[in-house]
Design a binder for this molecule. Structure first.
Ligand code: HEM
Length: 128
């Protein structure tokens, strides 16, 4: 059971990074969406947000399944902070993009990517 969720968690983590990079491409290269996001843009945005949330949920399941083994360490909680920050920055990037504030949208999506890369590295190394 634990192994299953561990593999699922790692897969979701990788997918969330890929989808967020896809969303970053939308923010960087798409012309300003006039009436909300278009089909593929919306798909990448919702995908990045949803899969990152699922990565967080599966991470919490790992913490629960390991009954205490990870509770004493800091990295799972930093993962939680990264997931929350990713969601927050994601909403900002979408709103800024639709409003035509490209610079703000780019900063927000860079924050999203940095949070995921930091979480990924932290979880792989587990230094604390
Ligand atoms: C609520 C948020 C999260 C929690 C509680 C959490 C928890 C955990 C735990 C407990 C493990 C250790 C599993 C083990 O080695 O047996 C783990 C592994 C891992 N997590 Fe997370 N995680 C969270 C979010 C994330 C995010 C956002 C990412 C990256 C986008 C991520 C990427 C990884 C990766 C790649 C591993 C495998 C590391 C390895 O053993 O090589 N996690 N996570």
């Amino acid at each position: 059971m634990y192994e299953l969720f561990n593999h699922g968690h790692q897969g979701l983590a990788m997918l969330s990074l890929l989808l967020t990079l896809g969303w970053a491409a939308v923010v960087l290269f798409a012309p300003r969406p006039s009436a909300g996001l278009g089909g593929v843009q919306r798909l990448l945005y919702i995908g990045a947000m949803a899969v990152t949330g699922l990565a967080g949920v599966s991470g919490l399941v790992l913490v629960a399944l390991a009954v205490g083994a990870w509770l004493a360490l800091l990295f799972p909680w930093l993962g939680l902070v990264a997931v929350a920050g990713h969601g927050f920055a994601g909403v900002r990037s979408r709103k800024a993009l639709v409003a035509g504030n490209k610079a703000t949208a780019v900063v927000a999506v860079v924050v999203q990517i940095l949070l995921l890369v930091a979480a990924y590295g932290l979880m792989t190394v587990k230094p604390f």
